[in-house]
Design a protein around this ligand. Structure first.
Ligand SMILES: [Zn+2]
Length: 423
């Protein structure tokens, strides 16, 4: 139904993208509305005409960003909704500037140095600083870690991770793999992945529990698996989600790498429209990022076994279990996965009372096709393949204030420790 187009044929609905003085997309005056689920499809159908943005859809609600010139038209739709942010531009300003990283390795000009200072987690940082941070973390743990590459992005960036291992030596134990920031705007996931890697490195020498984790599992942590999109959120458009892949004959840029995994790829849980935020690509697995990631995950799974995979997202505070592609298909060990997720949710809640819901992806949010955890559960053969949606529940959404980085990391770390101690 194209209600608005019919009703307001002559009205100039599609506003041009506005840029600020730095040449970035301006979100000044954009509002976020939380639409009731029964109106989600109707609003989705009007979103392009409103120049609005799909932010987050779950079984309970659909959050959309509406530019100032379309607010009136949105209200004319007469759907039940709640205003959850009055000005996204103001929220983005509260995120602060990207803070330069002071590398202890570069400052001292030595090959090995102390673990990077935890002040790293008090602010957001530029992509290149993330690479330096990861490399410094590796240098502080030289005999038990290495930097690795899982393929190359569309624009030619190395998809970079840190591999950590314990006393058994490199590659000798079942693997745990974490992916962060496949959706470029979900910045908190980069920081939380790095926080967990940092805790593992710091804890190995002085915490017997953490040492036991690393002596039992190899960790492969990739804080930014969509580097092109991530860089684009920092240079140009803070709310960009997809990769930056162009395709001949198609003007829209970007494919949703988390709808591109070559398993249960086609279906209603992704879009065939290149301008959609959930565009699945022209064929299964046709993004360079997906090729690199699945090759890496499959090799690790074949070589040493994959105990756990987590794809970290934001926002909504959810622990999502297989499957996304179907609400009736059940993972063989779903009861065990659910019990573990319950434990993780209660461990996350302990420090600050942050509530995480849990359950299969399809019934908890909506049907998704071509998602990472379905592929990694059934094709790679992971024992547990999850997606975790971090803070918050919508007030700040993707632009979580930097004061929440350490609490987000700390509570997620409690959840991960609970999982590692219980499976
Ligand atoms: Zn996401």
């Amino acid at each position: 139904m194209k209600f608005l187009r019919t009703l307001l044929l002559a009205a100039p609905l599609a506003g041009a993208v506005r840029l600020d003085r730095q040449g970035k997309v301006s979100y000044d005056g954009y509002k976020i509305f939380r639409v009731a689920p029964e109106f989600a499809d109707a609003v989705e159908a009007e979103l392009e005409d409103l120049s609005g943005m799909h932010l987050m859809r779950t079984a309970q609600h659909f959050d959309v960003a509406i530019p100032p010139e379309s607010i009136e038209s949105f209200q004319l739709l007469n759907v039940s909704s709640e205003l959850i942010s009055d000005d996204i531009g103001a929220d983005i300003a509260l995120e602060g500037e990207l803070t330069p990283y002071e590398s202890p390795v570069q400052a001292l000009d030595v090959a090995a140095a102390a673990v990077p200072d935890p002040s790293w987690f008090r602010a957001y940082h530029a992509y290149n600083d993330h690479l330096t941070f990861l490399s410094d973390l590796q240098k502080a743990f030289p005999s038990n870690s290495e930097i690795f590459r899982a393929g190359t992005s569309f624009e030619g960036r190395a998809i970079t991770g840190i591999h950590l291992w314990g006393s058994g030596g490199k590659g000798s134990k079942p693997a745990i793999t974490f992916h962060g920031t496949v959706h470029a705007r979900e910045w908190i996931t980069t920081m939380v992945n790095e926080y967990i890697a940092w805790q593992l490195v710091v804890g190995y020498g002085n915490d017997t529990t953490v040492k036991a984790y690393l002596d039992s599992y190899d960790f492969y942590i990739l804080p930014v698996v969509n580097p092109d999109g991530f860089v684009y959120t920092q240079t140009t458009n803070r709310l960009w989600r997809k990769n930056r892949q162009t395709r001949s004959g198609i003007s829209a840029v970007g494919t949703d790498v988390n709808r591109n995994w070559p398993y249960q790829w086609s279906g209603p849980g992704s879009s065939t429209s290149p301008s959609s935020e959930t565009y699945r690509g022209q064929s299964a697995g046709d993004t360079p990022e997906n090729l690199g990631l699945r090759t890496h995950v499959d090799n690790v799974a074949k070589g040493q076994g994959l105990k756990l995979y987590i794809d970290w997202h934001s926002y909504s505070q959810l622990i999502l279990l297989p499957y996304g592609y179907s609400c009736s298909a059940r993972a063989e060990n779903i009861n065990e996965q659910t019990t573990l997720a319950r434990g993780v949710a209660s461990a996350i809640a302990r420090p600050y009372g942050t509530t995480f819901e849990y359950g299969p992806t399809c019934s908890t949010i909506y049907q998704t096709n071509g998602g990472s955890n379905d592929y990694i559960q059934d094709v790679s053969g992971a024992e547990f393949a999850w997606a975790i949606e971090l803070r918050d529940t919508g007030r700040n959404g993707f632009v979580l204030p930097p004061e929440q980085i350490i609490p987000s990391g700390f509570e997620a770390w409690q959840g991960i420790k609970n999982l590692l101690s219980n499976f």
